[in-house]
Design a protein around this ligand. Structure first.
Ligand code: SF4
Length: 284
């Protein structure tokens, strides 16, 4: 029997705006953990600064809210220390594609066995709607009254360019599909990157639920290869959601790590206490 979702709840009240996509994403994350029977104390979720990060105290797991854009290295550290934990990094498009962009690329390249949820609402919402790398070119934003001058980044193209082992795209307006995607991401052995198109009712008035509904098309099955996957991530006309690319043959970081090959312990089991009082005396 699955663990009841209520087991992941805390007493902290939600503070997101009315209609915010974070509600559905948060529920989908809890539902995925519940349906996979993953107990709260064996789950580590890292959050960074941003509206999504305000979910950190609303889920009863080992949650860590870190610096802006640094959610992914926190998740990697947890995974490297203890592979018994289910590890998820949640991060916004701002933190992920600005301060944290290097972390995303290296997590994919190393294929750590973690799941990364990128909440893409196309703006820095917590700081009142500044442009991020996914804000559409020409769009007028706070501090950019004449419109955004640069081209936007398509997260799918960026991720596929790094040859991932798993890339999916979900939508906050379809929490049931999103739950299934997150479950597949957690089950996948390797770095699962999931872009979540998120409604931001306060600072993204263009990408409304109606706008998404007119464009979203669900993929029946993942693309056969990276080239086909690249076609699927284009957002020019239709926006494809679902598991876009999956490659189970790429070894994980630990699979390649020769010096841990025959060990049955995790790094966390090997931590020892050392008496350094004599050493400290030398500095007095
Ligand atoms: Fe959600 Fe946008 Fe409000 Fe932030 S500002 S809580 S992302 S609706």
């Amino acid at each position: 029997m699955a663990i009841p979702i209520s087991q992941y709840n805390t007493d902290v009240k939600n503070s997101w705006c009315m209609g915010c996509g974070n509600y559905a994403i948060h529920i989908a994350m809890k539902k995925a953990l519940s349906e996979l029977d993953i107990v709260p104390n064996q789950t580590f979720i890292s959050f960074d600064i941003g509206c999504n990060g305000n979910g950190a105290d609303k889920i009863k797991v080992n949650a860590f809210k870190g610096l802006h854009g640094r959610s992914i290295p926190l998740a990697i550290g947890s995974h490297l220390a203890n592979r018994r934990m289910t590890v998820i990094a949640t991060i916004g498009d701002g933190g992920c594609l600005h301060e944290g962009l290097n972390h995303l690329i290296h997590a994919i390249r190393s294929n750590y066995d973690i799941t990364i949820l990128i909440h893409n609402n196309q703006n820095f919402a917590l700081t009142t709607g500044q442009a991020t790398a996914t804000t559409k070119e020409g769009k007028r934003m706070y501090a950019l009254p004449d419109g955004r001058p640069e081209r936007e980044i398509n997260i799918g193209e960026l991720v596929l360019g790094s040859k991932p082992s798993f890339f999916a795209r979900g939508y906050s307006g379809d929490p049931l599909q999103l739950t299934e995607i997150i479950k597949e991401g957690i089950k996948h052995k390797g770095c699962s990157v999931i872009e979540i198109l998120q409604v931001c009712t306060t600072y993204n008035k263009e990408s409304t639920p109606q706008w998404f509904t007119e464009r979203i098309e669900k993929l029946e099955s993942p693309a056969l290869d990276l080239n086909n996957a690249r076609d699927a991530v284009s957002m020019d006309e239709k926006i494809k959601t679902g598991i876009i690319y999956k490659n189970d043959s790429i070894p994980t970081f630990y699979d390649r790590l020769q010096n841990r090959k025959d060990l049955s312990t995790e790094l966390v089991d090997e931590v020892k206490q050392y008496d350094i009082s004599k050493l400290l005396k030398k500095f007095k």
